[in-house]
Design a protein around this ligand. Structure first.
Ligand SMILES: Cc1cc2nc3c(=O)[nH]c(=O)nc-3n(C[C@H](O)[C@H](O)[C@H](O)COP(=O)(O)OP(=O)(O)OC[C@H]3O[C@@H](n4cnc5c(N)ncnc54)[C@H](O)[C@@H]3O)c2cc1C
Length: 388
């Protein structure tokens, strides 16, 4: 069974996550998928076992592990047939508070996030009119005394209905008044329990998979100035600082998905007999599975490299982005192969293939689309002219 990153601690971690996930079989995820319900029991079990606090330092009540270990947790969740999309944001969103929050903010929030008393599952960047061009975002926060007044709209903000806290990116200085378009953005940590009904409205968006994503409307929401993380106007840099961890964790989820699809396709190709032979005996069936496996394993190597560089504190923007692109492409290829191998049964809900197929497609677009990674590599790794 392919498995990356070997040592005893990692084996224990994998075994622990696998055991937990066994309590949440395909039937659990299918039922939630049909009703578009949030996997409350699964997220609670992960939280209670401490897995979602993997990256929170021990002094704040977490496990103090690295991104390598956090990525193993995400990989094993997806590899079990589950979907880490229900809870992954807490791992990387928390990093902004950890790296740039004041000591008082860290003491206030991190231990309660680690224990599960508070959920920080929502991360508000995307807007309907600006898309991938983040610096053009239009949600503004105007300072009035000891408050910020927030006005604007966000879209695709996932898990907002299931999170207590929202890490929100806003413009605090109009773009016309800054030297660089990356200046003048700020990060606020908002308690949504107080905000909903007082200037914040959450509207769910139904999507092709069960992702609990929403639209947020800010109509002069007033929040205390103490919600500001770090320095006013430096939010874009804080955002960028968190992206490498995000890319690596998502890459690991894709590797988990890819391995799940390949396991399923291989098993079915061995068992399904048509024309008096297992379908997997035909090269036309086995080669695509083998190729998908090769690509998942290659993507995993880049994910391991990126994770290890991250944990050594080395710059890893190129590796993290490349890992995300390779892994998302590999899981999508494996998803297509799994459907094809299953023939008609690939479309049947009971097999879970079609559900995972819909779920893994997201990674071609979110949290960053494949084209934007290629643009990053072209410009920042190869020195080609900026294309946008
Ligand atoms: C289910 C779901 C959950 C999400 N969760 C969150 C969340 O929790 N928080 C959050 O902030 N956001 C979230 N997002 C938003 C996600 O990050 C964006 O959808 C993604 O970054 C792409 O932005 P966009 O949809 O505006 O696409 P656009 O920017 O409009 O792009 C559309 C297409 O055009 C391509 N494109 C655009 N510009 C260029 C260019 N210059 N060169 C080449 N190609 C280009 C893109 O690659 C893409 O394929 C989520 C999205 C989805 C669908």
């Amino acid at each position: 069974m392919p498995q990356s990153i070997h040592n005893d601690q990692h084996k224990d971690l994998r075994d622990g996550v696998r055991d937990l996930c066994k309590n949440f079989p395909g039937s659990y995820w299918r039922e939630l998928d049909q009703t578009r319900a949030y996997p409350e029991a699964f997220v609670k079990a992960l939280t209670d076992a401490g897995y979602l606090a993997a990256l929170i330092p021990e002094e704040y009540g977490g496990a103090g592990l690295g991104v390598t270990e956090a990525s193993i947790i995400m990989e094993e969740i997806n590899r079990s047939g589950a979907n880490a999309g229900a809870c992954h944001a807490q791992m990387y969103t928390m990093g902004t508070v950890l790296r740039h929050g004041s000591e008082a903010q860290k003491r206030e929030y991190l231990p309660r996030i680690a224990s599960g008393d508070l959920r920080l599952q929502a991360f508000g960047v995307s807007e309907p009119t600006t898309g991938s061009d983040t610096t053009q975002l239009k949600t503004i926060a105007v300072r009035k005394g000891d408050k910020y007044v927030i006005r604007g709209q966000k879209i695709w903000i996932s898990r907002a209905e299931h999170s207590d806290l929202l890490l929100l990116i806003v413009r605090t200085t109009p773009i016309a008044e800054v030297k660089k378009r990356t200046d003048g953005l700020s990060v606020l940590l908002i308690d949504m329990r107080e905000a909903v009904g007082h200037g914040l409205t959450i509207r769910p968006i139904r999507t092709m998979m069960n992702h609990a994503t929403t639209e947020l409307f800010f109509d002069d929401l007033e929040v205390p100035v103490s919600t500001l993380i770090g320095e006013e106007g430096k939010g874009f840099r804080y955002l960028i600082d968190g992206l490498n961890a995000e890319r690596i964790l998502i890459a690991a989820e894709c590797v988990g998905d890819g391995r799940w699809f390949i396991d399923r396709a291989t098993k079915y190709a061995n068992e399904r007999v048509v024309f008096n032979r297992p379908i997997g005996q035909n090269q036309g069936v086995q080669f695509p599975i083998a190729r998908a496996h090769v690509n998942v394993e290659a993507a995993d190597l880049m994910r391991i490299r990126a994770a290890e560089m991250f944990d050594r504190g080395e710059p890893c923007g190129a590796e993290a982005n490349m890992a995300k692109l390779l892994a998302a492409d590999a899981s999508w290829e494996a998803a297509n192969v799994a459907v094809q191998t299953h023939g008609g049964f690939g479309f049947a809900e009971d097999y879970d293939i079609e559900r995972k197929f819909r779920e893994t497609k997201l990674y071609q677009v979110a949290p960053i689309s494949t084209n934007m990674i290629l643009a990053y590599v072209a410009e920042h790794v190869l020195g080609l002219p900026r294309s946008y």
